[in-house]
Design a binder for this molecule. Structure first.
Ligand code: FMN
Length: 364
């Protein structure tokens, strides 16, 4: 399935990427929106999905994590398909799962544009999107229409749904706001990711503090059990920031373990501005979260710390730009990995390369 990875890489980096990066005046968000709409069209047509998979598909090493069977260990990270418009297209790029969202209980516009910036020499992005999304109910309606329900394989691969706090909801009302999103999306999600780590919603990251996180995770796990009505509750993952001190990571682990959280996702974007190429230093002043190659080392460090300090399964994300970066996260203890910025810069070839390597390394 799919073209050989070197051919796919050459085709993407010589033909597709230059065209994509230059279209719509080079505005990354405009390109992104048009691409998602095009993929939403592809997603609705099985022959088009099949054709895409013939070019870009790949298969890797299957695993079961938190009771969910993943056909391979490479996922699309949250934020790429916030409203789930292309939920059924991602399998055709070789992904073993997709995390749609982040959605919030109330629809919201996000921050003013421009709010995404390319730092090309550093293979990085800075974004301050601010959870622009059509709301949890709109996502549920989109997934209903696409026939995507928890456990039915409607997206072709497991589908996670990331939920966040509505900006206008006060921090002390965060718990009911998240609970509302959980109840809305749970019927469609193979797992739910709790985003308390975006740097672009004021004070959101304080929900990672031990006491606040314990309250939130306890409430979410209890509600998931109620929603399951005696069946198996949807597994809930918590996504961490890379900017926490180890003592704060310990608090996150303690809260998640005692609440019965299914796993951790590490990491979100960083507020740090390390490891940038000199050509990008002016852009580095843009406010927002930095992703891509400058995050590789820190994400690996956090995943390694989690691997040594908790038995909860970890999805590793942050600066996976090569198959070696993915291998390093697996070796550091990640059960699964996710890509965002690496996919923007290297396309489906990166997915294929990681999958091929992972299958080879796990061959009996
Ligand atoms: C433009 C953009 C939007 C993002 N939106 C979200 C989001 O809505 N929810 C979330 O949990 N993470 C979001 N992220 C973070 C990614 O999921 C990922 O954790 C981070 O970018 C690090 O991975 P990477 O280096 O592979 O990009 C976003 C990242 C980018 C670049």
């Amino acid at each position: 399935m799919g073209l050989p990875a070197p051919l796919l890489a050459g085709g993407f980096e010589r033909l597709v990427r230059p065209l994509l990066f230059a279209s719509y005046g080079g505005d990354p968000e405009a390109i992104h929106e048009r691409t998602i709409l095009a993929l939403a069209g592809v997603a609705g047509l099985p022959p088009a999905r099949g054709a895409l998979a013939l070019v870009a598909g790949s298969s890797g090493h299957p695993v079961t994590v938190a009771g969910v069977r993943f056909p391979n260990r490479v996922g699309l990270a949250a934020g790429m398909d916030k409203d789930g418009l292309a939920a059924r297209a991602w399998q055709s790029f070789g992904f073993g799962f997709v995390e749609v969202g982040t959605v919030t209980a109330h629809a919201q516009p996000g921050n003013d544009r421009p709010r995404v910036f390319r730092l090309r020499s550093s293979e990085a992005l800075i974004n301050r999107m601010g959870f622009n999304n059509a709301g949890a109910e709109a996502l549920a309606a989109t997934l209903t229409q696409a026939g995507v329900l928890r456990g039915n394989g409607g997206a072709g691969i497991p589908l996670g749904i990331s939920i966040g706090k509505t900006k206008v909801v006060a921090l002390d009302q965060a718990v009911p706001d998240y609970l509302r999103s959980l109840a809305t999306v749970a019927p469609h999600a193979d797992y739910v990711a709790v985003n308390v780590s975006s740097p672009n919603t004021p004070n959101l990251r304080t929900l990672q503090d031990g006491g606040a996180l314990a309250q939130l995770t306890d409430a979410l796990v209890k509600r998931a059990a109620e929603l399951a009505e005696g069946g198996v509750p949807v597994p809930i993952f918590v996504k961490l920031a890379p900017d926490l001190a180890w003592s704060q990571v310990d608090e996150v682990i303690a809260a998640c373990e005692s609440a019965g959280i299914a796993g951790l996702i590490a990491t979100n974007t960083t507020l740090a501005r390390d490891h940038l190429s000199p050509a990008d230093l002016a852009r580095a002043n843009e406010a927002g979260g930095l992703s891509g190659a400058p995050l590789t080392a820190r994400a690996r460090e956090v995943v390694g710390y989690l691997g040594r300090h908790t038995r909860l399964p970890v999805m590793g994300v942050g600066g996976v730009m090569t198959k070696a970066d993915a291998t390093a996260l697996f070796d550091a203890g990640a059960s699964l990995v996710q890509l965002y910025t690496g996919f923007i810069y290297h396309g489906p070839a990166l997915v294929a390369q990681i999958n091929a390597d992972d299958a080879r390394r796990n061959r009996p």
